[in-house]
Design a protein around this ligand. Sequence first.
Ligand code: TXA
Ligand code: MG
Length: 325
Amino acid sequence: PQPAISTETLPATPEGLAQAAAVLCAGGLVAFPTETVYGLGADACNDRAVARIFEAKGRPRFNPLIIHLADIAAARRFAVFDDRAERLADAFWPGPLTLVLPLKPEAGLSPLVTAGLDTVAIRVPEHPVARALLAAFGGPVAAPSANPSGRISPTRASHVLDGLSGRIEAVVDGGDCPVGVESTILGLQGGARLLRPGGLPAEAIEACLGAPLEMGPPPEAVGESPIAPGQLASHYAPGAPVRLEVSDPTPAEFWIGFGPGTEAAPLNLSPTGDLVEAAANLFQMLHEADASAAPGQAIAVAPIPDHGLGRAINDRLRRAAAPRS
Ligand code: TXA
Ligand code: MG
């Protein structure tokens, strides 16, 4: 293991962001807020910097990274946009949508970013702090969620420090992430395919394209190394075991409620049953439940409807509840 480095917390001010950009330029790792979750950023053209992301997270090398750019013009330098990609980027960028597009190999991305694939995952985030950092840095920033691999994603700077302090140079503190679940990942190789449900509802993408999406990993990918998190069964896992769709928790369980009838729960994703509020609260409340649960106590989560942002919430909850490998 590497010796610990001291992790600096930077304010989201012009000075703090200039310092963060300088760390990226020097090949360092900087966690920063996006509207979805905090990302762990590195210069996507610097092999050593990108390799350090995998090392800091304990992330399997075969799992490729998303690159973050300031706008669609910058994104076009790294990937080929067809008509559908143009339409989607125009409708939803900046925002919580990641497009998997044909890579332009001559653009100079580190091959570690794409794990050797001929596609690249690109996103233009909406969060003002992310946008300011991308503008200050001026190039592509590779950034997975800023958590140790397999653990709950961070939605505030303190979560990042809990998991990665001593392993990264800095975190920019931009407060709580407003969306609270990761971006929706859409593949456009052949039919439009939902590779990961996320902060942009699938229904909105279908309305934009005027056609239903194909769901889940492409059939030819089954059995191969995972190319999207859907294939990694246990993910987003708190320390405590998790049980889902629980309307009647046992006295031994720590209950997380959702909607009318669950007011008795000590934590509630949304007492009124609002899926947007529930997504924003999800990882924060999993972190809190994990900290509050007694040793051996299980976390029980109320049923969540499986539409809109509920699809992303249920996806993350199923992974949190999956048998640990
Ligand atoms: O909201 C988000 O997307 C956050 C913030 C920081 O932007 N990032 C994020 O990154 O969730 P990460 O690494 O935790 O998840 C990205 C997923 C990976 O699990 C990977 O499998 C998939 O994107 N991915 C990346 N490149 C891909 C590609 N070329 N083809 C298919 N899937 C890809
Ligand atoms: Mg992640």
